[in-house]
Design a protein around this ligand. Sequence first.
Ligand code: ZN
Length: 409
Amino acid sequence: MTRSDGCLVCASARVEEFLDLGETALANKFLTAEELDRPESRFPLRVGFCHQCGHVQLTEFVPPAAMFEDYLYISSASETLKGHFDDIASTLVSRFDLGGDDLVVDIGCNDASLLTRFRDRGVRTLGVDPAENLADFAKGTGIERYCGFFGADSAPQIARRWGQASLITATNTFPHIPDLDGFVRGLDLALAPGGRFVVEAHYLVDILDQLAFDTVYHEHVSYWALGPMRRLFARHGMQVVRAEHLDIHHGQLRATVQRIGEGEPDESVAEILALEEERGVPSFETFQEFARRTRQIKIDLRKCLTDLKAEGRKVAAYGAPAKGSTLLEYMEIGTDLIDFIADRSALKQGRYTPGSHIPIVEPERLLTDRPDYVLLLAWNFVDEILAQQAAYRQGGGQFILPVPEVKIV
Ligand code: ZN
């Protein structure tokens, strides 16, 4: 565990904590039955706000190698995400007029779900990812892979071997990076002249709107708004030239970044900054209120579940995303309140949630065991999951949504 020396964006020491989620196990370390009896490492999970630049980040960090080298999150597990990857590739290929001479590098390429879409459109591709276990999932796709972390050290090796990139993408990996300066220096080394970096990250405005406190876990060291992001790139001679607010995956900020002098910011940048101003994103009080509402959800959800238990109801949960681990641990919910969690990922079935030790089973169990209520931990896919579970709901089953307030649907 490393105590932060200050703000990851501007290095100011004025980072003030506003949310303490307690000491939790690593959110993606789902346990096998044999591991249940072994001691489990727990780390403080606290979030702070930089009074200098407005960046929101963890105040203590777990070393990345402990989290990303054996990784159970698989991008292709979600139908919604598959459609989104298709959309990213078709949009960016036509927007930047990419062809067979262009190289696209995806950082945190996971199982190559995004890169296969670029490959199918005739663009050269390279994946970068430190997770050795995921390399097998990308085999057979024909997509080359650099196994390691991206940064100022690895970027020159990548550029020497594969050439400089016309486009570098990072979808949902930018919040994971503690050494932002090294990462952005790496971008400058790996991008061809005029090349672009396109980042998608869970957007702080949506986190506030959805009260998505559960998206806080140790992997996510940063929670991005455009204001601090612009400051980061400006320190390295780069700038955000386009900003988009997307609905996908609980709300994303997509920023297109170029070297200063290689492109001009369009009006979307000022529009998104104005939105952030209007929503109070640059203000510490906004985050104090977020923390107060988070504590209230804990009171409400625990009361809901304990009341149902007292009435003799059977309660299960649906989805075992990393954020579910945060929610269960912060709420102190275990097998006393939830019998099992149904999840479609075969990698997770047969395992147990970190910290809370709830067994993960196949979704069919909702129909065979017929719990009366199901807590929806993967609430960002609510529409997709309610549609998939129509048979369970028609049989009288009900879902509990945890955020932005506890609600039964
Ligand atoms: Zn700062």
